[in-house]
Design a protein around this ligand. Sequence first.
Ligand SMILES: Nc1nc2c(ncn2[C@@H]2O[C@H](COP(=O)(O)OP(=O)(O)OP(=O)(O)O)[C@@H](O)[C@H]2O)c(=O)[nH]1
Ligand SMILES: [Mg+2]
Length: 186
Amino acid sequence: MIKVAIIGAENVGKSTLMNALIGGKVSEVSETPGTTKTTIKRYFGKVKIPKTMKNPYGGADEIILIDTAGLFDPEKEVRGKVLSEEKFKELIEEIVKADVIIHMIDATKGLHRGMEKLHYMLKFRYEKPIIVVINKIDLVPRERIEKLKEIVKKRLEQEPILMSLVTYEGFNELLKALAYYSQYAK
Ligand SMILES: Nc1nc2c(ncn2[C@@H]2O[C@H](COP(=O)(O)OP(=O)(O)OP(=O)(O)O)[C@@H](O)[C@H]2O)c(=O)[nH]1
Ligand SMILES: [Mg+2]
């Protein structure tokens, strides 16, 4: 069993990704930031990872996917609008318990300062494997995407996956990363 938390600022596409990974509509999606109001939304299922992508060292098949409320406002360094200080803390505690974290960045907004700080804390203090995804690349010209990719690489010290949940570009790459990290399941 592997526990995967999808995190990011509001409106980056967390619930859309949860639905895509599960292959059904389990979480509400909308263009309004602050859509996911339940701080922590868990879903049990099977990771639909093709056999050819499976980690040769084995790893978990079953997944607990955790969709989360947007941690920050998309523009400002303030908490997401559905999160009280207490709920924010509760959410961080839940994220820290996950085996793998997917940090989603909105290609139209860039890397969020609050998320950048949180990323560092999760990576270095809690030693969490983090998959970084730049989502919504269908909305941004390629050269801007490449620039953002370089900024993210430099600031987060890792290679992001470029993804669109409209064209599904990069989705297989994410599945591969999940298959790889599933070996860290407890
Ligand atoms: N063009 C485009 N739109 C996307 C993509 N992924 C998600 N969206 C849209 O972005 C909006 C927000 O998606 P959600 O999945 O609700 O975002 P969220 O991160 O769960 O948002 P909150 O729950 O409010 O924090 C919706 O209108 C989605 O259809 C993408 O790759 N490309
Ligand atoms: Mg949501």
